[in-house]
Design a protein around this ligand. Structure first.
Ligand code: CAA
Length: 389
C-alpha cells in the first residue's frame, strides 16, 4: 500500500509500507547499535567488526541480491533509504555496506556466472564475508584506464602482479574484485576483472591508511605478486573488465550519493535539535534569524539532494538509463554534505568543534563523498558526456 507519492518527471514515486519498514529498521539499528562507541571507534580508527556482523544478520549487506543467492531481494529505493539512515550516524559503517552491496554484490549478480554467484555471491550477500572492489592504483585514480596491475594470460590461469590503493574493506574483506590489464595493446578493452580470494598465495594486505574521515572503515593497499587466478574467476568475456568497472560504478554512485545525503541530514538533525536547546542573548538560538536562515537553507538543499538520490534509485529499479541521474545525485549530494556539515559545526559554535557533539566527525566524513567512486570532477564529465550522447 502506498503511503507517500511523488511524481517526478513521469516517475511515479511510491514509498510502500515495506520501504518505510526498511527505513525504520535502519534508523533503529543506527541509533541503538552504531551510535554507542562511535567517537572511540573514530578516534582509534577501529573497524566496527561487531556492528558489521549485525548488519549481515539484519540483511543490510546483500539488500538487492536475489533471495536465490541469500539476499534480501529488495529494490534500490529500499537500499538508499537504509543507506541514508545508517549514514546519518556512521559513515564508516555505511561505506562498508555500500561497497559490499552496490559494487561487489551488484557486479557479481549482474555479470557473474552461475558458478561464481553460488560460490561467492551467497557468502557476500549474507555477510559471511565482505567484498572489496579493487580498481584504484597509485597512478590510476580518476584515470582508471591506466592500469599498471597485470593479469598475464597463462592458458588456464592468469598471473597477477601489481598494487591496488585506497581499497575499502581492504583488510576485512574475504573476496576481492580485482581489475587488471591483460593486453596493453588493446588499452581499456584489454582489461579484465578477476575474483581473488584472501589467502591466495602471493596476495598480501598492505599499509592501512590513516584517514581524515570515515576513520573506522579499513582502507588499505593490496599487493599481488605472481598470484595464480583460475580463468573461471574472470567476470565476463575477455576484455570486459573496464566496462564491468564503469557499469558497476554507475550504480555504486547511487549508494555514495545516499551516504552523502545521510551525512548531510544527520548533521542537520543535530543542528536543529541543538538550536532549540542552546540559549544566547536571552532566547533559543533557533529564534535568531541568522540560525533560522541557515537551517532553512540546509533543509531545502537536503530535500533537493534527496529527490535526486531517490530519482536515480527509482530509474535503476525501473531498468531505465540511470548513468547521468546517478552522477548528478552524487555530485549534488556530496556538495550538500560538505556544505551542510560545515554549517552544522558553525551552528554548534565551539561545541561543534569537539568530538562528543558528532558534527565535526560528520564534516570530516563528508569530504570523501566528493572524492571516492569518482570525484566531483569525474561526475561532471559523466554528466556532460550524457548531455550530448
Ligand atoms: N558506464 C558504462 N560504460 C562506460 C562509462 C559508464 N559510466 N564510462 C565509460 N564507459 C565505457 C565507454 O563506453 C568505453 O567503452 P567502449 O570503448 O567499449 O565503448 C570505455 O568505458 C572507455 O571509456 P572512455 O573512452 O570514455 O574512457 P576515458 O578514459 O575517457 O574516461 C572515465 C573514463 C569516465 C574518466 C573513467 O575512467 C572514470 O569513471 N574514472 C573514475 C574512476 C572511479 O570512479 N574510481 C573510483 C574508484 S572505486 C572506489 O572508490 C570504491 C571504494 O572503495 C569506495
Amino acid at each position: 500500500m502506498a503511503t507517500a507519492t511523488l511524481d517526478l518527471q513521469g516517475l511515479n514515486f511510491n514509498l510502500s509500507e515495506e520501504h518505510l519498514a526498511v527505513q525504520e529498521a535502519a534508523r533503529d539499528f543506527a541509533q541503538n547499535e552504531l551510535l554507542p562507541g562511535i567517537v572511540e571507534r573514530d578516534n582509534e580508527a577501529r573497524f566496527p567488526a561487531q556492528q558489521v556482523k549485525r548488519m549481515g544478520e539484519l540483511g543490510f549487506l546483500g539488500m538487492m541480491v536475489s533471495p536465490d543467492y541469500g539476499g534480501g531481494g529488495m529494490d534500490t529505493v529500499s537500499y538508499v533509504l537504509a543507506m541514508e539512515e545508517i549514514s546519518k550516524i556512521d559513515a564508516s559503517a555505511s561505506v562498508v555496506m555500500s561497497v559490499n552491496n552496490s559494487l561487489v554484490c551488484f557486479g557479481l549478480e549482474a555479470y557473474g556466472t552461475e558458478e561464481q554467484k553460488r560460490t561467492y555471491l551467497t557468502r557476500l550477500a549474507t555477510g559471511e564475508t565482505l567484498g572489496a572492489f579493487c580498481l584504484s592504483e597509485p597512478e590510476a585514480g580518476s584515470d582508471a584506464t591506466s592500469q599498471a596491475t597485470t593479469a598475464e594470460d597463462k592458458g588456464d590461469y592468469y598471473l597477477v602482479n601489481g598494487t591496488k590503493n585506497w581499497i575499502t574493506n581492504g583488510n576485512s574483506s574475504g573476496i576481492c574484485l580485482v581489475i587488471a590489464q591483460t593486453d596493453r595493446e588493446k588499452k581499456h578493452r584489454g582489461i579484465n576483472c578477476l575474483i581473488i580470494e584472501k589467502g591466495t598465495p602471493g596476495f598480501v594486505v598492505g599499509k592501512k591508511e590513516d584517514k581524515m574521515g570515515i576513520r573506522a572503515s579499513d582502507t588499505h593497499s593490496l599487493l599481488f605478486t605472481d598470484v595464480h587466478v583460475p580463468k573461471a574467476n574472470r567476470i565476463g568475456d575477455d576484455g570486459f573488465g573496464f566496462k564491468f568497472a564503469m557499469s558497476t560504478l554507475n550504480g555504486g554512485r547511487i549508494g555514495i550519493a545516499a551516504q552523502a545525503l545521510g551525512i548531510a541530514a544527520g548533521a542537520y538533525e543535530l543542528a536543529l535539535k541543538y538550536s532549540q536547546e542552546r540559549k544566547a542573548f536571552g532566547k533559543q538560538i533557533f529564534d535568531h534569524q541568522a540560525i533560522q536562515f541557515k537551517l532553512a537553507e540546509m533543509a531545502t538543499k537536503i530535500e533537493a539532494a534527496r529527490l535526486l538520490v531517490y530519482k536515480a534509485a527509482r530509474l535503476k529499479d525501473e531498468h531505465k538509463d540511470y548513468v547521468q541521474a546517478a552522477a548528478m545525485a552524487k555530485l549534488f549530494a556530496s556538495d550538500v554534505a560538505m556544505w551542510a556539515t560545515t554549517e552544522a559545526v558553525q551552528i554548534h559554535g565551539g561545541y561543534g568543534y569537539v568530538k562528543e557533539f558528532h558534527v565535526e566527525r560528520l564534516m570530516r566524513d563528508a569530504k570523501i563523498t566528493q572524492i571516492y567512486e569518482g570525484t566531483s570532477e569525474i561526475q561532471k564529465l559523466v554528466i556532460a558526456r550524457e548531455l550530448v550522447r
